[in-house]
Design a binder for this molecule. Structure first.
Ligand SMILES: NC(=O)c1ccc[n+]([C@@H]2O[C@H](COP(=O)([O-])OP(=O)(O)OC[C@H]3O[C@@H](n4cnc5c(N)ncnc54)[C@H](OP(=O)(O)O)[C@@H]3O)[C@@H](O)[C@H]2O)c1
Length: 318
């Protein structure tokens, strides 16, 4: 399988022919869109899920070319058992895209903001001063604060889960992926000044830890010939998180939120991720390991993020 990543496509082959790309959480959210685009470019997505329902839906959603795998990223034994099935399916992983995430329960928050917006129409709140508005937000802010309690899940899934998948793959003797992509939304949330910090503290912490780990282990990745790429996309409006934030943005006028209409959609972000698979991330525009996808600029160095702001965010998300 070492042959596959290096070879050039034959004339007439699709750009991802011969690539077998592990997409964690590849049956939902951004992962599903990425899996679809991989298929349309001739690659084979190896899609993982920890939901029995999603597992059953894989042939319907992605057809029979996608390779289904069932594991919970917090269970190293399950990961190993799943990966051990790949040789008998004649599948070798050439690239990896980690999309699994947990730690924020967006839908209850979305319901809460919707209820709030019905009870307190924006037109009513707009007539009040910021101080007068504050009491109206107390309940909502408490709900948002409650999501912060899910720190353990955020760390287990986003950070330790990613390490478990990486370790599981390294245990496979033949594993030499071309690109290892960690999908985040941390950096451009900060860089793009979209204040996900109001509910994103624990997740931000776990994303930051994983990103730091990827950045600080260049030597190991060199030995393994892995090119780690951190893809940090700005908020995607057509997701649960996006809907929540757009609604919330309407109801926190004192926070001076940016216009959220000019943002990439899920397919745009997926497309950029595929571009990283197609181009060599080690030399792409001189940025070695990190990418920030946002509406106006596609690539930025991680160093552009103000570390002080990050520290403040993870210490005190409110
Ligand atoms: N939404 C956005 O606007 C946005 C923007 C930029 C970047 N991102 C980043 O992209 C990633 C995915 O975002 P998304 O919006 O697609 O998220 P999502 O819809 O919440 O999907 C995350 C998926 O992770 C899987 N998962 C959760 N816990 C797991 C576990 N213990 N083991 C295995 N799989 C688990 C679940 O899939 P199964 O139920 O199928 O297992 C879940 O549906 C996140 O890292 C997010 O920060 C999101």
């Amino acid at each position: 399988m070492g042959e596959i990543p290096g070879r050039k496509p034959e004339t007439g082959e699709l750009p991802l022919s011969g690539r077998m790309i592990l997409v964690t959480a590849g049956v939902s959210g951004i992962g599903l869109e990425i899996s679809r685009q991989i298929l349309s470019l001739g690659g084979i997505p190896i899609v993982t899920t920890h939901s029995e329902k999603h597992y059953r839906e894989i042939p319907t959603l992605l057809g029979n070319s996608a390779v289904p795998l069932f594991f919970d990223v917090t269970e190293p034994k399950q990961i190993q058992e799943g990966l051990n099935k790949l040789p008998e399916k004649r599948v070798d992983i050439t690239d990896t895209i980690l999309c699994q995430a947990d730690g924020i329960k967006v839908m209850p928050l979305l319901r809460e903001v919707r209820n709030f917006s019905h009870e307190h129409p924006k037109t009513q709140l707009a007539t009040l001063s910021p101080d007068e508005r504050k009491p109206f937000y107390t309940g909502l802010r408490k709900k948002i604060a409650d999501t912060q309690k899910d720190e353990k899940t955020a760390l287990d899934v986003n950070y330790f889960g990613s390490i478990n998948v990486l370790t599981g793959m390294m245990n496979q003797e033949a594993y030499r992926p071309r690109t290892f992509i960690y999908l985040s939304s941390l950096l451009s949330s900060l860089y793009g000044k979209i204040p996900t910090s109001a509910f994103y503290g624990n997740v931000a912490k776990s994303k930051h830890m994983m990103e730091t780990l990827l950045k600080s282990n260049g030597d190991i990745f060199d030995v393994l010939q892995i090119h780690p790429a951190i893809v940090s996309a700005n908020l995607v409006p057509d997701t649960g998180t996006g809907s929540f934030l757009r609604l919330a943005a309407n109801y926190f006028p004192e926070e001076d939120l940016p216009d959220l209409t000019d943002l990439p959609k899920t397919p745009d972000v997926a497309h950029e991720i595929i571009r990283i698979l197609l181009e060599n991330p080690a030399s792409w525009k001189g940025v070695r390991t990190s990418y920030v996808i946002s509406p106006h600029e596609i690539v930025n160095n991680l160093d552009m993020v103000d570390p002080h702001r990050l520290t403040e965010l993870t210490k005190n998300p409110f």
